[in-house]
Design a protein around this ligand. Structure first.
Ligand code: AMP
Length: 172
């Protein structure tokens, strides 16, 4: 785990003062590190009968698509507004400053299908909870969520709650 942690660069005051940005690009560029990271992310979900992995634009796509392949699942992208052709279903959510929206194809899931939500970083939890609302709105069942990095000083995990398991590979 320390080897993986060493491949994530902490960038102070980016993109704004006071934020420590977790840069995952050195990990992606390391063939062995990236492969190990995906294998470890997949481990807790091997017997969870995940039919579809869905991930959040844009860095979530990198881990989500690889994880879908590792689990033998399909992949559904949850996208920023205006990127998907209609018909789409959307959820709006609050950010620290302002608000944002996630969209998915209206027919993305079959009723009750088992979905795992993936993102790169869990911070305040607003994005991951919005993704859960969107998947539920589309009639699928959220079996859990998986993130590469949890920022443990922030309330993301509390906000997610204990309705479905949340796995984080690394915590800072
Ligand atoms: P939140 O909704 O506050 O949990 O923020 C999660 C989203 O913001 C994820 O999609 C991350 O890509 C991004 N994010 C938040 N904080 C950081 C950080 N310190 N470093 C990198 N990405 C972050």
């Amino acid at each position: 785990m320390q080897q993986l942690q060493a491949l994530i660069r902490a960038v102070p005051d980016f993109p704004s003062p006071g934020i420590v940005f977790r840069d995952i690009t050195p990990l992606l560029a390391d063939a062995g590190g990236f492969a190990r990271c995906i294998a470890l992310l997949a481990e807790p979900w091997r017997d969870a009968q995940v039919r579809t992995v869905c991930a959040i634009e844009s860095r979530g796509f990198i881990f989500g698509a690889a994880l879908a392949t590792a689990l033998g699942a399909g992949f559904v992208p949850l996208r920023k507004p205006g990127k998907l052709p209609p018909p789409v279903v959307a959820v709006d959510y609050e950010l620290e400053y302002g608000h944002d929206r996630l969209e998915a194809r209206a027919d993305a899931f079959r009723s009750g299908e088992r979905v795992l939500i993936v993102d790169d970083v869990l911070a305040t939890g607003g994005t991951l909870c919005a993704a859960r609302s969107l998947v539920a709105k589309l009639g699928a069942q959220v079996v859990g969520a998986s993130v590469l990095i949890e920022l443990a000083a922030l309330p993301g995990r509390a906000r997610w709650g204990d309705g479905a398991p949340l796995h984080a590979l690394l915590a800072y």
